[in-house]
Design a protein around this ligand. Sequence first.
Ligand SMILES: [Zn+2]
Length: 282
Amino acid sequence: MAVEYLKNFYVTQGIISPIGGDDYYQEVPAAYMSKLSRRGEIKDSENVLAFIKGSEKPDEIIVISAHLDHVGMNKDGEVFNGADDDGSGTVAVLEIAEAFKKAVDEGNGPKRSILFLHVTGEEKGLLGSRYYTENPIFPIANTIVNLNIDMIGRIDKRHKGNPKYIYLIGSDKLSTELHEISEQMNTKYTSLELDYKYNDENDPNRFYYRSDHYNFAKLNVPIIFYFNGTHVDYHKETDTPDKINYEQLETRTRLVFHTAWELANRENRIVADKLEKVEKTE
Ligand SMILES: [Zn+2]
């Protein structure tokens, strides 16, 4: 089961749970999800959480998230692998957690705290992330940013032959500083083409509203959504691990890590300076 795998990873790495003791699961009740979903009966499920406590400003929290669920099986019983959606994001969060833990072990841990959040029920309507933001382990007011990774292992049609890219969505919506830091870290460390096509408010895909970060954004927490765009295997049985571009997955993961590292260690907490605009448009 996916959640046990995640928990065992964190236990093995010596990364603690923010809930306490051996409990890495935030239960998301069936009744909560069934009420919100249009897709019928849903069983009890859980988010998986792990935590690295900051050394100087432990109450200020950076949330790094990916969803752990996928679309399950089709009517013929074939399992949908979801290697890109969102196996790629899940692996990225684990790698980032490992890197932060290594820094802690070397006596160089982050000043602010990092919450690694694997959410359930994304495909059923962003339910696990919504549950977390309505029942947060750490106050939303102290949550300074959410970096959400949902599909970063593939190359879409638009970038065929030019795979060194990532779509960034939402980085400039609430915080000018967040957007600038993201750009600076990319220039310094990863040199990806940062494609803002889907960040356009008039883009008909409306991806900004379609993954877990949105539950944070609607509460005025600045976010960045990392995304490779859609492809022919999106939500199909054929979204398999052999089609992942591991080199780009790694580079994109490093971009998220460096951005998180800077946000965790810079002198001042980033400011959400663009809240007024959001309130007007909602
Ligand atoms: Zn997804």
